[in-house]
Design a protein around this ligand. Structure first.
Ligand code: COA
Ligand code: AMP
Length: 633
């Protein structure tokens, strides 16, 4: 079948507003949009500025009140606890509207922020939807972040309430969340009025009287009283959530998502991109704490009337490298979406895919990969073992859905390994030089997107319009700077090769090396430091730190190196996966004092490198090379 992609993209180019007006018909509006885009509103314009809607209504009520009431909506599968539960749309409505009433009774109203610090349990999803229902703005913080990171987010979002669970479960260990949460609240300037605590059997959280409320008791009481909160009418431009993501400094950026545009783009993507029909099961094996989790564990499948999967486990070790296949077979997954690192982990454990022989994957039509560049080896291995199309697609927390990909729903285009394929309607992607001049095909440059961004993309950063302009819009006037570098080929295929800033991608998790450097330099014995991302066979990239000690320091280098490794874990969290610090006498710099991290990375990766013309002292690179060799890197 010929792909409808080119015609669809051309239709959007010809009439962008007409295109999104058509897509908006898929949403049940309280007041449908008459104005599709207002270029004069917000930082660069706003989508559907006069419409009124509710995201929870579209994700839950309209299915629960219609033909899908008894269809599965949420499938919870937790190999780490052995628990499995399925909620129909009717049951989901019951859970969400009751929890929303609990939130309301705790004083949460429209526009109030609610931080969610929870593992992969369905209650986390209920919490998000309950917020959406009453117009509260959720901000989910990934469980692998340390108290200080949580505190930074609490201070920025100033939540009225925190939804939390007593623990998360990593293979072989229980992570008590409550002490981390208490410490974060202690560290933060803005204290939430209340905490709603879900006690899990694996760990009992101590409760602070007057502030902490027991989740199960509160919900049981509300159910007994028949308390339910209805969907609040919200402006399409009201914020649905804030999701913090790594910026170029240690201070994370609060990406804002609106209600209307978000629903329109996500709903469009389910059929046209992922080729999923309502009633099917869509599994994004990510975490609700990431953008992929927000969009494709939670909102998009539910908006489309699909069942979503809340999976509390890992691709390997819970209990083995066959877990994904078991889940696909058991829940009849039509499409699986994960990060390439998950497949590299499976490939490492089970290179011949022996576990696959135990399961039938006949329900699976497509594997989608995102979160980091899909290396051709991993894509080809996945294609070989699964026998289904493997689709790489490129996106960012900021966009909330795919910028470029291979739209299976419109008809797949030929796969070119190493390319994310083509831009989706809404995205006018350009490869530009520093002066914002477009570069010829095949030439690497900065990837920029012509404004306006399509629906679902961030309208701004939480209460920081100026930072939004400075971070994304100032460098290339009229364009959004993606901070990714890459090139296009003659067929318009996009190759995303890496970041132009200090962000690295560790196991599909986005982290700032600048943030890690802030932690290293705070150590009393460290004079200066540099953190780079080096190639890692499993995680794609792994952080590596170089430290220069203050003169006169007498402690053993190895002790200080251990200190800084522990410090990053304590201040940023285990998710940073910062395992190696190396002491060196000096760092290579330009004559103006800029650390030459790019060349250090090439040396560590063993790739070809040239002596930078601006280097102050070329001999330092030899010292770096020797220090790496000594560590076997
Ligand atoms: N709470 C507390 N700690 C957590 C955590 C959480 N929610 N998630 C991860 N951690 C910890 C891990 O236990 C690990 O700790 P350790 O240093 O003591 O081993 C550390 O953070 C690093 O975690 P991770 O990067 O996930 O490494 P891993 O070795 O545990 O697993 C993979 C590696 C590849 C299996 C895993 O990263 C994975 O499944 N990735 C899938 C892709 C994904 O979810 N991407 C998100 C965007 S799509
Ligand atoms: P996040 O905001 O965590 O989703 O991370 C976004 C970043 O991950 C992007 O800016 C890219 O650097 C990288 N990324 C995500 N998906 C891809 C992909 N398919 N190909 C290449 N890089 C990707």
């Amino acid at each position: 079948m010929a792909s409808a992609y080119r015609d669809t993209y051309a239709a959007w180019q010809k009439d962008p507003q007409g295109f999104w007006a058509q897509a908006a018909r898929e949403i049940d509006w309280i007041k449908p949009p008459r104005l599709i885009f207002d270029a004069n509103a917000g930082v660069y314009g706003r989508w559907f500025p006069d419409a009124v809607c509710n995201t929870c209504y579209n994700a839950v009520d309209r299915h629960a009140l219609g033909a899908r009431a008894n269809q599965p909506a949420v499938i919870y599968d937790s190999p780490v606890t052995g628990a499995k539960r399925t909620y129909t749309f009717a049951e989901l409505l019951d859970e969400v509207s009751t929890l929303a009433a609990v939130l309301r009774d705790l004083g949460v109203g429209k526009g109030d922020r609610v931080v969610v610090y929870m593992p992969m349990v369905p209650e986390a999803l209920f919490g998000m939807l309950a917020c959406a229902r009453i117009g509260a703005v959720h901000s989910v913080v990934f469980g692998g972040f340390a108290p200080k990171e949580l505190a930074t987010r609490i201070d920025d979002a100033t939540p009225k309430l925190i939804l939390a669970a007593s623990c998360g479960l990593e293979p072989g260990r229980v992570i008590q969340y409550k002490p981390l949460l208490d410490q974060a609240i202690e560290l933060s300037r803005s204290k939430p009025g209340a905490v709603l605590m879900m006690q899990r059997p694996q760990a009992q959280a101590s409760m602070i009287a007057g502030r902490d409320h027991d989740w199960a008791q509160a919900v049981a009481k509300a159910k007994a009283a028949g308390a339910r909160a209805e969907c609040a009418p919200l402006a399409a431009t009201d914020p649905l959530y804030i999701l913090y993501t790594s910026g170029t400094t240690g201070v994370p950026k609060g990406v804002v998502r609106d209600n209307g545009g978000h629903m329109v783009a996500l709903k469009w993507s389910m059929k046209n991109f992922y080729d999923i029909d309502p009633g099917e099961v869509f599994w994004a094996a990510s975490d609700l704490g990431w953008a992929v989790g927000h969009s494709y564990i939670a909102y998009a499948p539910l908006l489309h009337g699909c069942a979503c999967v809340v999976f509390e486990g890992k691709p390997v070790g819970t209990p083995d490298a066959g877990t994904f296949w078991r889940v696909v077979e058991e829940h009849k997954i039509a499409a699986l979406f994960t990060a390439p690192t998950a497949f590299r982990a499976i490939k490492k454990e089970d290179p011949n895919a022996e576990y696959l022989k135990k399961y039938s994957l006949k329900s699976l039509r497509t594997l989608f990969l995102a979160g980091e560049r899909a290396d051709p080896d991993t894509v080809q291995w996945a294609e070989r073992i699964l026998g289904v199309p493997v689709i790489d697609h490129w996106w960012q927390t900021e966009t909330g859905w795919c910028i470029a990909g291979n739209p299976v729903g419109l008809g797949a285009l030929p796969v070119k390994y190493g390319s994310a394929t083509v831009p989706m309607p809404g995205y006018d992607v350009r490869i530009v030089d520093e002066a914002c001049a477009e570069l010829p095909n095949g030439t690497m440059g900065s990837i920029a997107i012509k404004l306006p961004l399509p629906p679902s993309c961030l309208p701004t950063l939480w209460r920081q319009d100026d930072r939004m302009r400075e971070s994304y819009l100032a460098e290339f006037p009229g364009y959004y700077k993606t901070s990714d570098a890459g090139y296009k080929d003659v067929d318009g295929y996009i190759y995303v090769m890496g970041r132009t800033d200090d962000i690295i991608n560790v196991a599909g998790h986005r982290l700032s090396t600048g943030g890690m450097e802030e932690v290293l330099s705070a150590h009393p014995d460290v004079a200066e430091c540099a953190v780079i991302g080096v190639a890692d066979a499993l995680k794609g990239e792994a952080p590596l730190g170089f430290i220069v000690l203050k003169s006169g320091v007498t402690r053993a280098r190895s002790d200080i190196e251990k200190d800084v490794v522990a410090l990053v874990r304590e201040k940023i969290g285990p998710v940073a996966a910062f395992k190696t610090a190396i002491t060196v006498a000096r760092l290579p710099k330009t004559r103006s004092g800029k650390i030459l991290r790019g060349t250090m990375k090439k040396i560590a990766d063993g790739t070809e490198w040239a002596m930078p013309a601006t280097v102050d002292d070329p001999a330092i690179f030899e010292e770096i090379g020797a220090a790496l060799k000594e560590r076997g890197i």
